[in-house]
Design a protein around this ligand. Structure first.
Ligand code: ZN
Length: 560
């Protein structure tokens, strides 16, 4: 029976001053909440009946320069009973609820992967009874070749994921995104294999993460011209209004560089890399598709030998995302690494060995990988490879560099008052993707040289994304009791849908303040507070497939 003193606490509204991972904490491992108002003690209470299950003292106060907050830690690691709880701090209030569970992140992974399904283009999408009304009819059915592509005429428009808050599709961002998802499968396959995503292909004998990734792979393969090169993007010539996908009637154009050879090397290098990964991962499930992917990868590679650095700029009259990049050598390095891993052929290996060393410094200050910098993924791929013909000196150089960096990041993470890896310079457009990327890099280091410090620091970045942050906000839509509600995402903000589409990671705080909403915030805000949960804040609240994929990787690494 409940004591009278305990019942009213459930009526207390949660306070942002207490920060928890609103999804939860695994049963084994550190469990830390943060409190940003001066206090001395805390209690962990069971959500169902407000019963106190643990009492503790808050840690020493520490001032965090990135937020301006003074925070104290509530360490409740000794709680090992599965359940739903909240933190209460006498005199301050209570937190949002969270789970302690052996599969705390299973649903988060499911929702984040379903986020990709919701981005599918050229087809009808319906999230089903779980999220009624989150559906649209087949979108963007009118495709054609833009004059800049060197060809003309109609072209079908089925396949690929809408890139972000807009409806474009861009090869280079597709490259890092699809590569990250395929790596999640390659590294954590046993944990992911049985997870059904309730997508149209579910039950076809292929694991659903591969089914979903293939939706985008098929589009990437379609972007390859008969000469082996890949066009850079397929978008309308300008962004549509804030309308639902099926209301956007602008033609979707295959856009090229405007002059021969019309395709770009960065797009073609990324295609070669991703198709090479696909060739090895899909083989057990669909050997024909794997062979087609390998053939595409080889032809793409060959094209980049002939055209080693054809870069892309938006042709006149085209104003959608550019994804421009001055050097495509890092994309080629990634392609060489993945082609070698898949085939073992000397030509790819030789290119890698002749060129990797100049990129070793990119491993020193993670997270360096980005859609325009693929060398760290090339190097990590080489280090992850189990191939016996690997060059021992190259592999050791890469591993040493990666592990030194991971140790430094893990130390910095545990010393940070908010227990996360970010530094002031990381609060850029898509900073939540940077946090997720820190986590992914730490997890890869943990694969190469298992170390609980790496795994814990990786999870700390996940805690940051899921609510243990200055805003006490889960940056993944519909995940946690206090989550982002107004992402810059046309399907969510068109007015035709019942609010935010689920499972999508918002871009996060951005000291660059490139939109009017951020520009109007108080001038003296510290970088980690340059954020607004408003649809108009594209610079801090847009969703994007590249950081969505990194979130998936980070979640996949938590599953058992
Ligand atoms: Zn579409």
């Amino acid at each position: 029976m409940l004591s009278g003193a305990e019942i009213p606490t459930q009526a207390i509204k949660p306070t942002q001053a207490i920060k928890v991972d609103q999804v939860g904490y695994p049963i084994v491992g550190p469990k830390i909440a943060l409190v940003s108002t001066a206090a001395k003690t805390f209690e962990i209470r069971r959500s169902s009946d407000a019963k106190v299950v643990l009492r503790g003292k808050l840690g020493p106060a520490a001032t965090d320069s990135l937020t301006g907050d003074t925070v104290q830690a509530a360490d409740f690691s000794e709680l090992r009973q599965a359940g739903i709880y909240y933190v209460e701090v006498p005199g301050v209030g209570r937190s949002w609820t969270f789970a302690v569970s052996s599969d705390a992140y299973a649903r988060a992974y499911y929702l984040a992967m379903r986020g990709f399904y919701g981005q599918r283009c050229g087809t009808a999408v319906d999230l089903g009874p779980e999220f009624p009304g989150h559906a649209h009819a087949a979108c963007h059915l009118h495709g054609e070749f833009h004059p800049s592509s060197g060809t003309s005429g109609p072209r079908d428009n089925v396949g690929g994921w809408h890139d972000a808050g807009d409806y474009g599709r861009y090869m280079v961002n597709s490259g890092i995104t699809t590569g990250t998802l395929l790596w999640a499968w390659e590294i954590y396959g046993p944990q992911l294999k049985a997870i059904q995503l309730r997508i149209p292909e579910s039950g076809n004998g292929t694991p659903d993460i591969l089914n979903e990734a293939r939706w985008n792979l098929e589009w990437m393969l379609k972007m390859q011209s008969s000469d082996g090169g890949a066009w850079h993007k397929q978008t309308s010539v300008h962004f549509p209004g804030f309308i639902a996908p099926d209301d956007d009637t602008l033609p979707s154009e295959v856009i090229g560089t405007g002059s021969a050879p019309y395709k770009s090397t960065c797009a073609t290098g990324d295609l070669a890399a991703v198709a090479a990964i696909a060739a090895r991962l899909y083989k057990p499930y669909d050997a024909k598709f794997a062979a087609r992917a390998l053939d595409a990868a080889r032809r793409a590679w060959k094209w980049t030998e002939q055209y080693p650095n054809v870069t892309f700029r938006n042709p006149p009259g085209v104003t959608t995302g550019e994804y421009g990049d001055a050097s495509c050598k890092d994309e080629r390095l990634w392609a060489a690494a993945e082609l070698w891993r898949t085939t073992g052929e000397a030509a790819y290996h030789q290119f890698f060995l002749s060129n990797y060393a100049e990129y070793l410094p990119s491993l020193d200050s993670p997270p360096a990988e980005n859609w325009n910098m693929m060398a760290p993924m090339a190097l990590r791929s080489y280090a992850l490879s189990q191939r016996k013909d690997a060059d021992a000196k190259a592999r050791a150089a890469i591993r040493d560099r990666m592990l030194d960096a991971a140790r430094a990041v893990a130390r910095r993470t545990s010393a940070n008052p908010y227990h996360m890896s970010m530094q002031a310079r990381d609060y850029v457009w898509g900073s939540n993707g940077v946090a997720a990327q820190y986590g992914m890099d730490l997890l890869i280091a943990n694969v190469i040289a298992p170390n609980p410090d790496f795994a814990n620091a990786a999870r700390d970045n996940l805690h940051y994304l899921l609510g243990r942050n200055a805003f006490s906000l889960s940056w993944v839509t519909r995940l946690g009791e206090h989550s982002v509600e107004h992402p810059h995402h046309r399907p969510s903000g068109s007015g035709k849908q019942p609010g935010a589409w689920p499972g999508l990671l918002s871009g996060g705080p951005n000291a660059g303040r490139q939109d009017a909403v951020l520009a109007a915030l108080p001038k003296d805000l510290p970088p980690a507070k340059d954020y607004a949960d408003e649809t108009a804040s594209y610079a801090s609240n847009e969703i994007a497939i590249n950081w969505q994929a990194t979130l998936v990787f980070l979640l996949a690494g938590q599953l058992h």
